[in-house]
Every structure is written in C-alpha cells, then in structure tokens.
Design a protein around this ligand. Structure first.
Ligand code: DP6
Length: 320
C-alpha cells in the first residue's frame, strides 16, 4: 500500500488571507492563483500496520516538528481509523520561506495518500481534502489559473484557464532562504483578530476576484497586473496593521519592487506579488522573461532567481 505523487507550488494573484472556520480550514475570502512549473515537491506515502506512529522525512532528514500537521492531514484524507504512514518528501526549492511549500507538500500528500489507500478521488474531492490541511494546497491540485472559492460548507476549487491558454512566465527572486518567522496559519488569525483593515479586506474581495477573472478570460495583462499588485499590497497592509505587526519583507524585497517598477516604466509587461515571506515573485510575458530575470538577478540582496512558468496540477507518479 504505497504511492507517490508530485505537486507544484502556486502563487496567488488575488490573495487568500483569513479563515472563516479554523476547524475545517474554510477561507474567509476567495482567491485566484497560478500553479508553477519546475519547482516540485515529491511525496511518497507507505501505509503500514507494522508501525506504532507516523514518520516523516523531509529532504532526507527526519522532520518531527512538521509531523503533527501531516498526521492531522492524513486523518482527514484517509479517516481516523487509518493505518500509520511512512511519508517521505523532497522539494527542489527552499521550503518554509514564503514559497508556498506547504501548498505543494499537502497537494502531493493528498494525491499520494489517497492512491496508497486505493482511492480514486476526483480532482475536486482531492482539492477539498488538501484544502483541509492548507488552503493554498487546494489550488495546487489543479494546473494553470485556479480559483479557490469562499464557498459554502466545504472547500471548492476550479480551474479558470489552462497553462496553455495563457502561458505566462514567473520569476521567483529569493532574498532570504531561512524559514519564515511566523507561519501563515497563525499570522492569519492574528490579522483577523487585530487588524483594523481586516473586515474591509473581506468585504471588498469579490470586486478583486471579478476583475481578475475578467482579466484572465480576456488575457488582459495590464488588468491582471493592476488587480494582483493591489491585492498583494492590501494583504500586506493588513499584516502591517496587525498586533503584533507582521512584516515579512526585507530590504531586498523592496529593492526588487523598485526593479519591477523600473521595468514597468520602460514598457516591460511584468508585475510583482509577495506572499508571507520576503521573496518577490514577478509574473511576466514569456518574451520578456530574460529581461526580468536579468534585472532581478542584478538587484542588490537577491540570493537567487528561480525561473518558472505555469505548470499542471498534482499527479501520481510511478507505480509503487
Ligand atoms: C500569503 O495556505 O499557507 O500565501 O490554510 O493556514 O495553511 P493555511 O494557509 P496557507 O496561506 C497562504 C497565504 C498566502 C496567500 C495565498 O497563497 O493565497
């Protein structure tokens, strides 16, 4: 009873920040993302009756601190009367640094664990199960442009457009590779409880979602850029106005933003977005990818630029 799966992280253009129900992990707002290509988490799950606990290895090392969250996700995916799971995970990009590694990890875990258990779930059900563990993971079940709806009693995800429909490029400017100071789950609750901007954010989200959906449908880069940067900066404003304040940026994050502004001023089709970490993600037309890559690479404080484009959804690999 074992199976393996691969999933890619996704980058939200209209952000998910805040929960309506923490127990079921239901989002307070809808969100729209793009699934990346080339940055991958591979997850192997072996179910066994011969163990007394679950076990987790991440990039070759035992990862005790992450195990409770994985075990909880497995309870949701497989049911509480499940077998113990030996889980092995490997990512080819920095984890826990605002690169949505939890999204690719829980998406891959869901697909691998369900397959190891012999289940053949629909992508919609897999997304619901992955989203119970991490909201953004629900989006990585699908490829291309993906919407996570605010929904009713359960998580609902759908694909808005495929990667072939609008094959944009994405550059990730890594400005620090250590783990982030505070995880999204905890930070969202701090914002919900303390930020004076939180309720305005929830109230106005449907306008941004409408604008983003229309921009994707019409392949209107300028419109997508405007709504994405606005959503990103609004989310960070909520964080900055939380108590304690949540400031994920460093000096290089701001320098990268200036780099993007300079490119835009010279007519390059590019925009930025930043998640709960100091990395800046630049989304651009494929024909300007080299220019954007070079500009970010030569920005002071940038450790590394990862080149990506839009990828497919989570999928099972091998036959083990
Ligand atoms: C800033 O999906 O990591 O990346 O549901 O608590 O696991 P949990 O949160 P998570 O939050 C992602 C927040 C974000 C914005 C986004 O991806 O939409």
């Amino acid at each position: 009873m074992q199976a393996a799966a691969i999933a890619q992280p996704n980058i939200a253009l209209v952000k998910y920040w805040g929960k309506r129900d923490t127990r079921q992990n239901l989002p307070a707002v809808g969100s729209i993302s793009v699934t990346l290509h080339g940055l991958e988490t591979e997850m192997h799950v072996r179910l066994t009756t011969d163990a007394k606990n679950d076990a987790l290895t991440v990039n070759g090392k035992s990862a005790e601190t992450m195990l409770p969250r994985i075990s909880k996700a497995l309870d949701t995916i497989l049911g509480a009367d499940r077998k113990y799971a030996m889980v092995t995970s490997r990512s080819n990009f920095p984890i826990a640094a605002g690169l949505a590694s939890s999204a690719s990890a829980f998406a891959a875990l869901t697909v691998a664990a369900a397959a190891a258990n012999g289940a053949t779930h629909s992508p919609e059900l897999l997304a619901r199960l992955a989203g119970g563990a991490s909201g953004s993971a629900a989006r990585s079940i699908f490829g291309g442009f993906v919407e996570l709806k605010k929904g009713g009693d359960a998580i609902e995800v759908s694909q808005l457009a495929t990667k072939e429909d609008w094959p944009l490029a994405v550059m990730v400017a890594v400005t620090a590779s250590g783990p982030k100071s505070i995880g999204s789950t905890e930070a969202m609750e701090i914002s919900r409880k303390t930020s004076p901007f939180y309720s305005a954010w929830v109230d106005r989200q449907s306008d941004d979602l409408d604008r983003a959906r229309a921009a994707i449908r019409e392949k209107d880069f300028r419109a997508l850029a405007a709504v994405s940067e606005h959503s990103c900066l609004k989310m960070h404003s909520i964080m900055w106005a939380s108590r304690p304040p949540l400031v994920y940026w460093n000096a290089a994050t701001l320098r990268c933003m200036e780099t993007i502004r300079a490119l835009q001023a010279s007519g390059v089709a590019v925009f930025f977005t930043i998640d709960a970490g100091p990395q800046l993600k630049a989304v651009c037309d494929r024909d300007v990818a080299d220019v954007v890559y070079a500009a970010l690479q030569s920005t002071e404080g940038v450790v590394q630029v990862l080149r990506s484009g839009l990828g497919g959804g989570a999928r099972r690999i091998g036959s083990d």
